[in-house]
Design a protein around this ligand. Sequence first.
Ligand SMILES: Nc1ncnc2c1ncn2[C@@H]1O[C@H](COP(=O)(O)OP(=O)(O)OP(=O)(O)O)[C@@H](O)[C@H]1O
Ligand SMILES: [Mg+2]
Length: 264
Amino acid sequence: MSGQLIGSDIHVVYGRGATRVHAVRGVSVAVSTERSLGLAGESGSGKSTLARALVGMSRPTDGRVEWNGARLETLPARGVGSRPRIVQMVFQDPMSSLNPRMTVGDAIREALQVNDIPGDHRTETVRLLNIVGLSATDVEKYPFQFSGGQRQRVAIARALAVRPEVLVCDEATSALDVSVQASVLNLLRDIRRESGLALAVVSHNLDVLRYLCDDIAVMRQGVVVENRPAEDLFRDPHDPYTRMLLDAVPRFSVTPGIDRGTAA
Ligand SMILES: Nc1ncnc2c1ncn2[C@@H]1O[C@H](COP(=O)(O)OP(=O)(O)OP(=O)(O)O)[C@@H](O)[C@H]1O
Ligand SMILES: [Mg+2]
């Protein structure tokens, strides 16, 4: 299946009066099953705000988000926060998105139930855990019984439970140490290959984006200053700000370890 999520001329304004922040200022981006999208840019540039608008977690002040031509808010909405199940998001800190009093099995089964996913939910839960490199024995465990990398795998499994067409990861690996980060990045790349998801990744780590994304949009102060195929952007950044970000990349990299895919 192919599909495309398009955000057109998105504006997001927080607050009013003296506290008004125009966090996203007329941004247009696309992510599709064919081309994954990376969002780069310094802290406060509006990446997470744009990501939340793209998944329908917050309604943009202006502009539109469409999945295959249909407005996001017209798509069937179920589950947490009644956002469209077409799009799911994985956050930096999986501890905050997983209920500490619920076993991992229950959390995934709940996502299956709430979203009316057909089939045997026990079998499906184990299948999802296997996809992310966990096992059937993990269903009875609570979030605190996992490592950070394993918890992030659980969060990914739960997002996949809903059978989304688009997966948006907001700094989903930045809290993890380098080898664990590499294994989660491998996992995301495999999932994308195998299930044909449209993947959007928010990261301030350009190596992460280069590894996962076909296109990279660089944000600065709520505006996209450059949006191009990743390889072009790295070879020949047009925008001075992009050049500055590339120059600021530390001289060590997460990518050399990535393909080894050590289990987290
Ligand atoms: N809920 C909110 N209420 C008011 N202002 C907000 C809110 N969330 C974000 N902002 C402001 O909007 C701007 C963009 O924030 P956003 O979180 O989107 O940036 P970011 O690029 O994701 O940064 P980071 O890399 O630090 O995660 C910032 O100025 C921020 O202070
Ligand atoms: Mg952010």
